[in-house]
Design a protein around this ligand. Structure first.
Ligand SMILES: *Cc1c(COP(=O)(O)O)cnc(C)c1O
Length: 503
C-alpha cells in the first residue's frame, strides 16, 4: 500500500471519521503495519539529507573514542560546523531563534559563562551568588510587569529553564492549588486555540483536560466562548501577549476579569512579549493591559532567553502571592539523601545560565531594552507594510512584530519554499495555512528588511508563474493537512524525532 496515493485518492472524499476508523483498523493488521512502517521510512529518507547534513563531512561517534582526542582537534571541528551555520542567523535570515546576536553581546555573555561555569543553584550553600542572581532576575522582571504598582499582594516567582518550563510549572501549580483548595480531582484548563503547544504538553504531562476555544476572525481569543467553556472543574484560563503563531495580543483584561469572577487562575503567556510590551508602551504604542496591573492576572510567564537577550535556557514564572508559588515547590522530608527541595523540575541546574541572564538584564538596562524595542517595532512595521503591498498576500490580524501572512490565491508553503532557497528560515504555520516572520534585532541591521521584501516579492512572482513546481516542504504541509487520521501525522513526527537521534 502506498499511503500517500491512498490519501491523495480518498483523503478528500471520505468522511474524516470513517477514514480515521478505516486507517486505524488497517494499521492494526500486522502486514499492513509493516507496510506503513516502510512508507514512513521512505518519507523520512527524503528528509534525511536536510536533517543530517554532516554525515559525510565530520566523524560520527557511536562509541566513546578509545583514545581521547586532543582539544585543538575538537575545537577545530566545532569551529568548522559553526562557520557553516552562523551566517544564516547572524545576517538576519532567520525568524526568531536568535534575538540579539551582536558579536560584542555574545562575547560578553560568554565571559560571564566562563566566570560562573561551575555554579549549581541546587547547592545554594556553595554558590549563594546563584540565588543572588536569580532572586534579582525575578524581582526585575516582576517590577517590569506591573508589580511595583501593587500594594496588597506580593508578586513573586522563580527562574526556569525556558518558556515551556514556566508554563508547565504554572499549570502544575494551578492543578495542585485547585485540588487542595477546591477539591477538584479532574482539572480542566481553557485556552485559546492559538495558545502555545506548551499548554497541551502541560495537560498531557499532568493529567489536565485542555479545552481549546477557537479564536475570532482577528485571531484574538473569544471571550464569550471562553466563558461558555468554563465548568466546575476549570482551574485556570490562559491568554497570550502576544500569541506565538500570529503575534496577536488576546483580550487579557476581559479574560482575566472572567477568571476573577469565577474564582479561578488566569495565566498571561508573555513568553514572547514580556520583554517587549512594557517598552513598547513606554514608547507610546497602544498596548492593551496584560500584566499584574490587571487584578485577575494570577501568573505570567516571560522569557528572558527571547527578548530579554539572555542566552538560551532561562525564563521567569511569576505568581500573584506566595501561596501559589508554594504549590510549585518540591519538598522531600524523608529521603535518606537528606532534606531535599527544589523550586523547578530539574535538580542540579546550570547556575552560569542564570548569571548570564542577570548580566544581560543589567547590561541592557531600561534604555537598552527601550532602544531595542523601538528598532524592532519600526522594522516590523516596514515589513508589515511591505507585505500588505503585495497583492497576493494578506497579513493575519493586527500584529506588532510577529507578522503572519497567508494567501488566498497562491500556495503559501511554495512561497516559503522559494524563500528557503534564498536562505530564509521562516516559520510555517497551519490552521489557516500561513507563514510568519518573528522580527528580532537581527532584522534591524541595514538592508535586511529590504532584502526580505525583495525576496518575498520575487517568491510571489515565481509561485504565480510556476504554481505546480515539485519538491520542498510544501508537499509535506499539503500531506499533513490532507491526512484525516491525525495519529498518522503524530506517528510521522515521532519517526522524525527518532531520525534526529540517529548517529
Ligand atoms: C517561545 C514561546 C513559548 C515557549 O517557550 P520555549 O522557551 O520555547 O520553551 C511559549 N509561549 C509563547 C507565546 C512563546 O513565544
Amino acid at each position: 500500500m502506498d499511503m500517500r496515493s491512498l490519501i491523495d485518492r480518498y483523503g478528500g472524499k471520505l468522511n474524516p471519521r470513517v477514514m480515521s476508523v478505516v486507517l486505524k483498523l488497517m494499521k492494526s493488521i500486522p502486514s499492513v503495519k509493516k507496510k506503513v512502517e516502510k512508507e514512513y521510512e521512505t518519507i523520512l529518507r527524503e528528509l534525511e539529507g536536510f536533517v543530517k547534513p554532516y554525515k559525510d563531512r565530520s566523524v560520527a561517534f557511536s562509541h566513546i573514542p578509545e583514545i581521547g582526542w586532543n582539544r585543538d582537534r575538537i575545537l577545530e571541528e566545532m569551529e568548522e560546523l559553526r562557520s557553516i551555520e552562523e551566517s544564516k542567523w547572524r545576517d538576519g535570515f532567520v525568524s526568531g531563534a536568535v534575538y540579539h546576536g551582536n558579536e560584542d553581546h555574545i562575547d560578553f555573555l560568554n565571559r560571564v559563562y566562563a566566570i560562573n561555569s561551575q555554579s549549581n543553584p541546587l547547592h545554594s550553600d556553595i554558590w549563594p551568588s546563584a540565588f543572588k542572581y536569580e532572586s534579582e532576575i525575578v524581582s526585575m522582571t516582576a517590577n517590569m510587569l506591573g508589580a511595583k504598582r501593587i500594594t496588597d499582594q506580593e508578586i513573586c516567582g522563580v527562574v526556569t529553564a525556558g518558556g515551556t518550563e514556566s508554563i508547565l510549572l504554572a499549570m502544575k501549580t494551578y492543578r495542585d492549588w485547585a485540588r487542595n483548595k477546591k477539591g477538584i480531582k479532574k482539572p480542566e484548563i481553557v485556552v485559546p486555540s492559538t495558545a502555545h503547544a506548551a499548554f497541551d504538553k502541560a495537560a498531557q504531562y499532568f493529567n489536565i483536560r485542555i479545552i481549546h476555544v477557537p479564536v475570532d476572525g482577528d485571531y484574538r481569543a473569544n471571550v464569550v466562548e471562553t466563558g461558555k467553556a468554563i465548568t466546575q472543574k476549570t482551574i485556570a484560563l490562559v491568554g497570550s501577549a502576544p500569541s506565538f503563531p500570529h503575534g496577536i495580543i488576546d483580550p487579557i483584561e476581559e479574560l482575566s476579569e472572567l477568571a476573577k469572577e469565577r474564582g479561578i487562575g488566569f495565566h498571561t503567556d508573555a513568553c514572547l512579549g514580556g520583554f517587549v510590551l512594557p517598552w513598547a508602551e513606554k514608547l507610546g504604542h497602544d498596548i492593551p493591559p496584560f500584566d499584574f496591573r490587571l487584578p485577575g492576572v494570577t501568573s505570567i510567564s516571560a522569557d528572558t532567553h527571547k527578548y530579554g537577550y539572555a542566552a538560551k535556557g532561562t525564563s521567569v514564572i511569576l505568581y500573584r502571592g506566595q501561596e501559589l508559588r508554594h504549590y510549585q515547590y518540591f519538598k522531600a522530608t524523608e529521603w535518606p539523601g537528606g532534606l531535599y527541595f527544589s523550586p523547578t523540575f530539574a535538580g542540579s541546574r546550570p547556575g552560569a545560565l542564570s548569571a548570564m541572564c542577570w548580566a544581560a538584564m543589567v547590561k541592557m538596562g531600561e534604555n537598552g531594552y527601550t532602544e531595542a524595542t523601538d528598532k524592532i517595532l519600526k522594522t516590523a512595521a516596514e515589513i508589515r507594510k511591505g507585505i500588505e503591498r503585495i497583492s497576493d498576500l494578506y497579513v493575519l490580524g493586527n500584529p506588532l512584530w510577529v507578522i503572519a501572512f497567508g494567501s488566498e490565491t497562491l500556495d503559501i508553503y511554495r512561497v516559503m519554499d522559494y524563500m528557503t532557497k534564498r536562505k530564509w528560515s521562516l516559520n510555517g504555520l497551519h490552521k489557516p495555512p500561513c507563514v510568519h516572520i518573528c522580527v528580532t534585532l537581527r532584522h534591524t541591521l541595514p538592508a535586511v528588511s529590504e532584502r526580505f521584501l525583495n525576496d518575498l516579492r520575487s517568491a510571489v512572482a515565481y509561485v504565480r508563474e510556476n504554481p505546480d513546481e515539485k519538491g520542498g516542504m510544501a508537499p509535506v504541509y499539503g500531506m499533513a493537512a490532507s491526512i484525516p487520521d491525525r495519529s498518522i501525522v503524530a506517528d510521522l513526527l515521532e519517526r522524525y524525532i527518532d531520525l534526529l537521534y540517529r548517529v
